[in-house]
Design a protein around this ligand. Sequence first.
Ligand code: BTN
Length: 248
Amino acid sequence: MPSDSLASAVRGLPSPWQGFWFDSVDSTQDVAREAARHGTPGQSIFVADFQSAGRGRQGRTWTAEPGTALLMSLLFRERGAQPRPWRYTSLASLALVETIQPLVATGAAAIKWPNDVMLDGRKVAGVLAETSFNGDDLQAIVGVGLNVATAPPLPGATALVEHADSPIDRGELLLRFVERLEHWLHRAFEDVHATWQGHLWARGQRLRLVDLGETNDVVVLGVREDGALLVQMPDRTQRVTTTGELLA
Ligand code: BTN
């Protein structure tokens, strides 16, 4: 069992959010999907201390030892919406940046396209969206993994504690994260997007982009409202991608 306040924070989320706490699950994404299938309302959050089969983007695994990370899946529902799943991943990464920034001793938390959160050029959190739309209803399950006390042994990974100058309680992190989510959930998407883009990592810088089997040195120009990345190619033409990956 964790020794911080995470479990009690999950159980005491402010209305209309409701939290579900688990000591151990395969993946909170699967728990959330199963709950959604049984009619659990939107603004539900499924939090686990440990996942035995955590998933990352692009088929990767996501691992964290018990007590070291904030691992959760957020269920959102939207009726009669234009399907815009990007909105929910943006909300999550923006809320993450605003949650961790006050704890960071030096430097700025930033969002690496599409939705990684970076500290000092290293990844501290990732976001995974699994969405469905049946023509009327959008269901978005947004998974968030934040390395709090330790980072997985992967190149380019970091943990929040390495950048903070005071102890970190995962329960307080969760409550602040939900408060920021609630704030942005009711704002126009244009405002969410503009603020999100203000935190974009490496904007205007030259980076390597791996896309559809090709690697190019590109300049990051920005991100469109549909979530696509806009870059300048070596021949100075512009390219839009939804599939590529920027190398840190
Ligand atoms: C990424 O690849 O950067 C996204 C990682 C998302 C990991 C989180 S941990 C909680 C939730 N459950 C999962 O199985 N994955 C997401």
